[in-house]
Design a protein around this ligand. Sequence first.
Ligand SMILES: [Zn+2]
Length: 65
Amino acid sequence: MEPLAEQIVSCPYCGEAIVVLIDHEEAGDQYIEDCQVCCRPITFSVSVDSAGHLSVSVRDENDAY
Ligand SMILES: [Zn+2]
């Protein structure tokens, strides 16, 4: 089993680097967390690539519209 993976993403609003911890159970999930710097809600999407590596992408909430 792969342990928690650490990823660094940038806030889509203010560009602040954010460290997130993800595990395989979260693959395919989306969750929303507020940026610690600008306090705006960031949508995190956890996915697994073909090599089995976890990755996280971030979106701002307005992408849904
Ligand atoms: Zn921010």
